[in-house]
Ligand binder design. Structure first.
Ligand code: SF4
Length: 468
């Protein structure tokens, strides 16, 4: 290992570092010392990921050392030895230039985000080449980590709900196996630097669910590798128990971030999708009205209210007057008007989301029992609601006007260009289909939320940031 003193921090690097690498690590450390955000550009092939990891982990080690030394001094370790005070001072300067930094806080967690699963696997591989051995956690989707064959055979959109069903009925042997794995296996996952493939193999060997094993590691991890959307989507953050307060958020391959932020804050839904939602809600009413139905979180009445709301929303959409070009563009706040016309607001949206969750659970269970696939269109309606009533927006109504300026609502209508006929050539009455789009033109919306939630530093790193 090669050792470099950068801005008062000792950084261990696996190779002799080039000047551009030293500069990048210095910039990274400066941002962490000042708790600022940074855009770091370094051409492809310059070992950017390795530099980011080494600089951040070296800084964090110094932070932990600073904290431990102060704790020891507070507990009575004699400070008359001038060298200890000197070391404390040196570490204080190296770690932070904020005079109000409270070193008794938990050291910041590091979240390392990239767009694709393979980029994350590569980053974990880079980390293995360093001298640093932090506690590591890698988060992936159920798609990547579920090992229950029965659930994997279900359509992708049903898997999450099916998994929940199985857990509540204690019917997944791998979820049941978690306790056993915790007691009988030396579960030192966090310090083994496993990537997703390793975790899946580990889960298969020990008959324990890798998806939930990885989530249990979040609390003790120093560094968490995860896809972008786990950080930028507030509902996913909440569901995964991710708290960004005082955290360091590194977005690698940051040129991809803009489109991911745009996707996380926009949606599109059509009246055809809403018709399928109506059908799904109707299915739920039928099942929940049957004598054998055991009510969990929602009743037949709740599903009937859901159906009525979706029907009204669909009618509202079809009733919007369009231009002669068969479309309409409105400012962002129009979306709230549309939802308030069906009485959905920040105050009641959480209850509605819970009913949709229950409906999707029920549909997943019924379609699984009947061995048929389902579209799970309700998932799209739920996404629309979560995008509009984004977690945190309701707390700052005074900012809504500014937020809405970043959005446009677009409604478009499509009629078939040619008459549609049945098998006997008889023209069919074809319904107009409309698409509602809620487009976000400011990727800063998603990033601002992270900063407002108290992230210590948000770092965007890429080979090509300028002009992207
Ligand atoms: S608990 Fe794990 S293995 Fe079981 S269904 Fe859920 S994700 Fe799959």
């Amino acid at each position: 290992m090669h050792s470099y003193d950068l801005k008062g921090i000792t950084v261990l690097f696996p190779f002799p570092a080039y000047n551009c690498q030293l500069n990048l690590m210095k910039k990274m450390i400066s941002s962490l010392q000042s708790g600022q955000n940074a855009l770091l550009e370094s051409p492809t092939g310059t070992g950017k990921t390795l530099c980011l990891l080494c600089a951040t982990l070296a800084w964090k080690e110094a932070y932990v050392a600073r904290r431990q030394l102060e704790e020891a001094l507070l507990k009575g370790l004699k400070a008359e030895d001038g060298s200890k005070q000197e070391l404390l001072q040196r570490l204080t300067i190296a770690v932070s230039n904020n005079p109000r930094e409270n070193f008794m806080n938990e050291p910041p967690k590091i979240f390392y985000a990239s767009r694709t699963h393979s980029q994350l696997t590569q980053a974990v591989g880079e980390l293995r080449n360093t001298a640093y051995r932090p506690n590591v956690c890698v988060l992936g989707s159920r798609e990547q980590m579920c090992i229950n064959e029965e659930v994997l055979r279900a359509p992708p959109l049903s898997r999450g709900n099916l998994c929940k069903q199985k857990i509540s009925r204690k019917a997944c042997e791998f979820h049941n196996g978690l306790e056993n794995a915790r007691t009988h296996v030396n579960l030192n996952l966090a310090n083994t630097m496993m990537d997703i493939e390793d975790l899946v193999k580990f889960g298969q060997t020990h008959r324990a669910c890798p998806y939930f094993l990885s989530r249990e590691e979040i609390a003790k991890a120093d560094i968490i590798f995860l896809p972008y959307n786990y950080l930028i989507d507030p509902y996913t953050r909440k569901a995964q128990g991710i708290d960004v307060k005082n955290a360091i958020l590194i977005f690698d391959e940051g040129h991809n971030l803009e489109s991911s932020c745009g996707e996380a804050t926009s949606f599109e839904i059509s009246t055809t999708d809403l018709s399928v939602c109506l059908h799904e809600a109707q299915q739920c009413i039928s099942v929940a009205s049957s004598p054998g139905y055991v009510e969990k979180d929602a009743s037949a009445e709740d599903f009937a209210i859901l159906r009525a709301l979706i029907q009204k929303f669909r009618d509202e959409l079809l009733a919007i007057p369009l231009s002669k070009d068969n479309d309409l563009i409105k400012p962002g706040e129009f979306i709230f008007q549309l939802f308030s016309n069906i009485s959905v607001t920040f105050d009641n949206v959480d209850s509605l989301l819970k009913v949709i969750d229950s409906a999707m659970d029920l549909i997943a269970e019924v379609s699984h029992q009947q061995r048929r696939s389902t579209k799970m269109a309700l998932n799209g309606f739920q996404t629309a609601l979560k995008t509009v009533f984004r977690e945190g927006y309701g707390e700052k109504a005074f900012e809504m006007a500014a937020i809405c300026k970043s959005y446009k609502v677009h409604v478009s209508s499509q009629f078939p260009t040619r008459p549609v006929r049945d098998a006997w050539g008889k023209p069919l009455e074809v319904e107009e289909a409309r698409t509602l789009s809620f487009w976000c033109f400011n990727s800063g919306i998603a990033m601002k939320d992270l900063v407002e939630r108290g992230a210590r530093s948000v770092i965007l790193a890429s080979g090509t940031l300028v002009g992207s």
